[in-house]
Write a protein that binds this ligand. Structure first.
Ligand code: ASP
Ligand code: MG
Length: 404
């Protein structure tokens, strides 16, 4: 009997009616003669509310307590889905991440999965039960509950699909699949039938609403992921490792990430070791730095600019300011209201003209580019956040992404 692994996002289980709807969908898969395991996220904005609540009680809540708190969101939804399945006459059992056998390290709020022991799930499946697993969480060796980072129910789902030998991991959400751009910004955005892991990973890292680590894991084990709608019966997007014929030699999509700040260290003396002395302390406190630009020096002074998430910007300034003084730089400046727009496609490897088309499209839309970075299959421009909708539309048009 094949094992089907499904994941339902927060908006799919946002209220009692939706939970009943999800239960009916799960029930259909079960009645089709499958073993079914479903991973669920917390209902609607529950996780945001819990984080907010914690901060009302304490400005810096202890990460261990935070994790136990946040794990309750997914416990609520998985138990309710199991109850709704009981009402449909099925045997169903809900399991916390720990009960489901998900072991993690102790890096609270961003734990990594270190092992998976699916024995309990397998036992329940053997007995004909449908298994509902609380996403986004696991346990440490000491049985402390951990969470895996925002949006990480996707990661739970992919890990279980791999561990249980499912043919693919099905992710159900409030959109019909992966689109060439956010359909709320670009009405003509087109749903992709398929996309490669590498392109999806770039899109996810640069703003598409999928958890990047889940894509990394799926790619590492070559586990296909189907993204489709909970509410609309329509074919979704298959993310997989085979040749994505549809997007060969083409831009696959445009992504935008609004969580961007930039920090500039001004008038840095141009001598060996300076970059290391700025970035080492940032790495030590776990701030990840993205785009880095160092200008050519004028009279042995240069400006060093880099981006971080807006969330990390304040902390990054606190780290960099003393370093700037130490190395004799003129000062530091930061800007918060920035965003990244990116085009992604394996087709741009070894093909000229993509960058030129991108820069012209932004220019014609009257958008200033502050910084540029590239990978083999991506070009990213840092722009003002306010310009994101126009930029995404301009790029979608310029690369004619509405056409098959
Ligand atoms: N509930 C968690 C979050 O909102 C995990 C998830 O939704 O995947 O980040
Ligand atoms: Mg959520």
């Amino acid at each position: 009997m094949p094992t089907i692994l499904q994941k339902y996002g927060g908006s799919s289980v946002a209220d009692a009616d939706r939970i009943k709807h999800v239960a009916r969908r799960i029930s259909r898969s079960y009645e089709g003669g499958n073993k079914v395991v479903a991973v669920v996220s917390a209902m609607g904005d529950t996780t945001d509310h819990l984080i907010d609540l914690a901060h009302q009680v304490s400005p810096s809540p202890a990460p261990r307590e935070m994790d136990l708190l946040l794990s309750t969101g997914e416990l609520i939804s998985c138990t309710l889905v199991a109850m709704a399945l009981h009402e449909l006459g099925h045997q169903a059992v809900s399991l916390s991440g720990g009960q489901a056998g998900i072991q993690t390290d102790a890096a609270h709020t961003r734990a990594r999965i270190t092992g998976l022991d699916p024995k309990r799930i397998q036992r329940e499946l053997e007995q004909g039960r449908i298994v509902i697993v609380a996403g986004f969480q696991g346990v440490t060796e000491d049985m402390d509950v951990t969470t895996l980072g925002r949006g990480a129910s996707d990661l739970t789902a992919v890990a279980l699909a791999i561990g249980l030998g499912a043919e693919r991991c099905e992710i159900y959400t409030d959109v019909e699949g992966i689109h060439t751009a956010d359909p709320r910004l670009v009405p003509g955005a087109r749903k992709l039938k398929e996309i490669g892991f590498d392109e999806m990973l770039e899109l996810a890292n640069y703003g598409a609403k999928m958890q990047p680590r889940s894509i990394e894991l799926a790619a590492a084990y070559n586990m296909p992921v189907l993204v489709s709608s909970t509410f609309v019966e329509a074919p979704g997007t298959l993310i997989h490792g085979g040749a994505a014929m549809e997007v060969r030699n083409k831009v696959a999509g445009v992504a935008a990430d609004r969580n961007v700040a930039k920090i500039t260290v001004l008038g840095v003396p141009d001598r060996p070791g300076i970059a290391a002395s700025v970035f080492e302390p940032l790495a030590r406190v776990g701030i990840s730095v993205d785009t880095i630009v160092q200008n050519a020096s004028v009279e042995r002074l240069t400006d060093l600019t880099f981006t971080t998430t807006r969330t990390d910007a304040q902390r990054a300034m606190e780290v960099v300011e003393p370093v700037a003084r130490e190395i004799g730089a003129r000062g530091c400046a930061s800007a918060q209201d920035l965003a990244k727009v990116s085009i992604v496609g394996t087709g741009m490897q070894n093909a000229p003209g993509y960058a030129a088309t991108m820069f012209r499209a932004l220019y014609e839309a009257g958008i200033n580019i502050e910084m540029i970075t590239t990978s083999e299959i991506r070009i990213t421009c840092i722009i003002a956040e306010a310009k994101v909708p126009e930029a995404v539309r301009a790029l979608h048009d310029a690369f004619q992404l509405e056409k098959e």
